[in-house]
Design a binder for this molecule. Structure first.
Ligand code: NCD
Length: 503
C-alpha cells in the first residue's frame, strides 16, 4: 500500500482517490494511538537520514511547525525559511532557482507555501524530489483537507459517508474550504450547509463542481439554523490580505451576523472546527465558545501532526534517495498555449498597410490597448521598428515590427494588457505562422508573472481547457478562432496533469 505515495507530489486534493484518503486516515490513526500509548519514540528510526526542506513564502504557524514536528518525530531533519527576508528571493531569485537550490542541498522532499495560485505545481515540475503543497494562494491546501478529514474520521466513528457539515466565515478567498469540500466529495451522501455574506460566499465554480460530484450544497441565511442541522461546523477567518478594495471595518460589519458566539452553539451537539488562526480583531469565534463542549479546533490542530507523520512516512520511507539533477527537463522550456489558426490564402483588400517582408504582426488587440501594448514592448528603444495602426472601420488595432521572434516575456506582456492577441510571423512577405497566444485568466496564477518565466500550459479536462498550474478553466473568447481551430487545439493538449519525469 505504501507505494501509493512514494516520492509523489502532493498538489491538489483532487489527485487523491477515496481509497488513498482512507488509507492515510488509518495510518494517521495508528500514529495517534502510538502517541496516546506513550510510544512516540518507537517511530524515531523510520525516517532516519531523511530531510525535509520547508519553504514558506507566506506566514504560517501550524502547517510549518507540524511538518517540522512530524519529520523530527520520525527521526528525520528539517531546514528552510519562514518568510523571504534573509533569502535570495529579496534579490529577485525565481521560484525555479530557489527550488533547484533545495535539490542541490540534498533534501528529500519540499513543503512549500506561496501566495501565487499554481506555484506549487510549478515548483513540482522543476524539482526532481517530491513537493508538498502547504497552501498556494487561494487555490488549495491539500494537507489541511487531509487533516480535517482525519479529524472528522476520528470524531465520527471512522465513517465519512453521510456527513453533514456547515461552513462559515470567508468561503470565497481561502483555500481550506476548496480543498476540504473537494475531499468530502469523495464520500457518499455528504451535505454542506453554508451561511456567509455574498461577498464571502462559496464560489460558483466550486459549488458547480461539488454538485457535479454528488455533494448537496445548501445555502442558509442563518448560522444558528445551520448549526442546528449539522454534526460539524467549519468556521474560517476572513482572508483580508487576499481582498482588494475592502476595509477591515466593512469586513467586520459583514461578519457581525455570522460570528460564532455562545448563544449560537448553546444546547447543540455540534463540533466546531477551524483551520486556525482565528483573527483576534474580527473574533469570528467569540472567546467564551473556546470553553464550550463544541470546541474541537485544538484537537484538529494536533491531528495535523498525525496526518503529516503518516504522509511523510508513506512518501519517504524508501531505501534509496533521489540524487540531485542539475539539468532542467526540456519540457519546462516552452508552453503549449499557442492556438494555431489555419491561415487564409487571400488577404482581404486593405487589410495590410505596407507589407513587411519579415517580422511580426500583433493583431486583434482590444480597443484602447494599443498604446499600452506598445509601451510594454518598448520596441524602438530595443532597436526595432514599431508601427501601431488601426484600420478604419475595424475596432481591433494592430502593431507591426521587424522583430522576427517575440520572446515569451514579450508575448506575456502583450497578453496581460490585451488577452488573446493573434501573432503573425511574417517571412518573405508571407504569414509563416499565425496563432492566438493564450494565458490563464486567473489574475493570481503563477503563469502570469513575467519574471517567474513559467511556460503557460493547459490540459483538456474533457472539453474544458484548464490551466496546468492553478487548474482554473479557460474560456477561449476570440471570435477569430474557428470551431475547427479550437477542436484541433484541444486535441493537441494532454488529457490531465502528467508529472514531469526525470530519468
Ligand atoms: C490556513 C491557511 O493558511 O490556509 N491556516 C492553516 O494552514 N492552518 C487558514 C488561514 O490562514 O486562514
Amino acid at each position: 500500500m505504501a507505494s501509493f505515495f512514494k516520492n509523489r507530489d502532493i498538489i491538489s486534493i483532487t489527485d487523491f482517490t477515496k481509497e488513498e484518503i482512507l488509507y492515510l486516515c488509518k495510518v494517521g490513526k495508528s500514529m495517534y494511538e502510538k502517541e496516546k500509548k506513550g510510544e512516540r519514540h518507537s517511530l524515531s528510526g523510520n525516517l532516519k537520514n531523511r530531510t525535509l526542506a520547508s519553504m514558506f513564502y507566506e506566514p504560517s504557524t501550524r502547517t510549518r511547525f507540524s511538518f517540522h514536528t512530524a519529520i523530527r518525530e520520525l527521526g528525520g531533519g528539517c531546514d528552510g525559511f519562514s518568510g523571504t527576508e534573509g533569502t535570495s528571493v529579496m534579490k529577485k531569485e525565481t521560484i525555479r532557482d530557489t527550488i533547484m537550490m533545495m535539490g542541490a542541498n540534498h533534501f528529500d522532499a519540499i513543503v512549500m507555501r506561496h501566495p501565487l495560485d499554481g506555484s506549487i505545481q510549478w515548483a513540482a515540475d522543476v524539482a526532481n524530489i517530491p513537493v508538498i503543497n502547504g497552501g498556494d494562494g487561494k487555490n488549495e491546501h491539500p494537507t489541511q483537507a487531509l487533516l480535517d478529514i482525519l479529524t472528522l474520521y476520528m470524531m465520527n466513528n471512522e465513517n465519512l459517508d453521510g456527513i453533514s457539515i456547515g461552513f462559515g466565515g470567508d468561503l470565497s478567498h481561502g483555500r481550506t474550504i476548496r480543498s476540504l469540500s473537494l475531499a468530502l466529495s469523495h464520500f457518499r451522501d455528504v451535505t454542506i450547509r453554508w451561511a456567509a455574506e455574498d461577498f464571502l460566499g462559496m464560489p460558483g465554480d466550486l459549488t458547480d463542481l461539488l454538485e457535479e460530484r454528488g455533494v448537496r450544497v445548501i445555502r442558509d441565511p442563518h448560522v444558528r439554523t445551520v448549526l442546528e442541522h449539522v454534526d460539524f461546523f467549519y468556521m474560517t477567518r476572513p482572508q483580508i490580505e487576499r481582498m482588494e478594495g475592502v476595509t477591515q471595518k466593512q469586513i467586520m460589519e459583514m461578519m457581525d451576523r455570522y460570528r460564532i458566539n455562545s448563544e449560537k452553539v448553546e444546547g447543540l451537539k455540534v463540533k466546531l472546527m477551524h483551520p486556525l488562526p482565528v483573527n483576534s480583531e474580527v473574533a469570528e469565534i467569540d472567546y467564551p465558545v473556546y470553553f464550550s463542549s463544541a470546541q474541537a479546533f485544538f484537537l484538529q490542530a494536533e491531528f495535523g501532526i498525525f496526518l503529516r507523520k503518516a504522509l511523510l512516512y508513506e512518501m519517504l520511507s524508501t531505501e534509496t534517495y533521489l540524487p540531485f539533477q542539475s539539468t532542467l527537463p526540456g519540457e519546462l522550456a516552452a508552453g503549449n498555449n499557442r492556438l494555431y489558426r489555419a491561415g487564409r490564402e487571400k488577404k482581404k483588400e486593405g487589410m495590410f498597410i505596407d507589407t513587411i517582408s519579415s517580422g511580426t504582426v500583433i493583431d486583434h488587440l482590444k480597443p484602447g490597448t494599443l498604446k499600452k501594448v506598445e509601451a510594454s514592448l518598448d520596441l524602438e528603444n530595443r532597436g526595432y521598428s514599431c508601427i501601431a495602426a488601426s484600420i478604419q472601420g475595424k475596432k481591433n488595432p494592430f502593431l507591426k515590427t521587424n522583430l522576427a521572434r517575440l520572446t515569451e516575456r514579450d508575448l506575456k506582456r502583450i497578453a496581460l494588457v490585451s488577452p488573446e492577441p493573434t501573432i503573425n510571423h511574417i517571412e518573405n512577405e508571407k504569414v509563416a505562422q499565425k496563432y492566438v497566444y493564450l494565458l490563464c485568466s486567473n489574475a493570481n496564477c503563477v503563469s502570469r508573472v513575467i519574471t517567474e518565466d513559467v511556460p503557460p500550459k493547459f490540459y483538456a479536462d474533457n472539453s474544458t481547457v484548464r490551466c496546468r498550474y492553478c487548474r482554473r478553466p479557460l474560456r477561449i473568447e476570440s471570435r477569430k478562432v474557428t470551431e475547427e481551430d479550437r477542436q484541433r487545439f484541444i486535441q493537441s493538449l494532454p488529457p490531465g496533469i502528467d508529472q514531469v519525469k526525470y530519468d
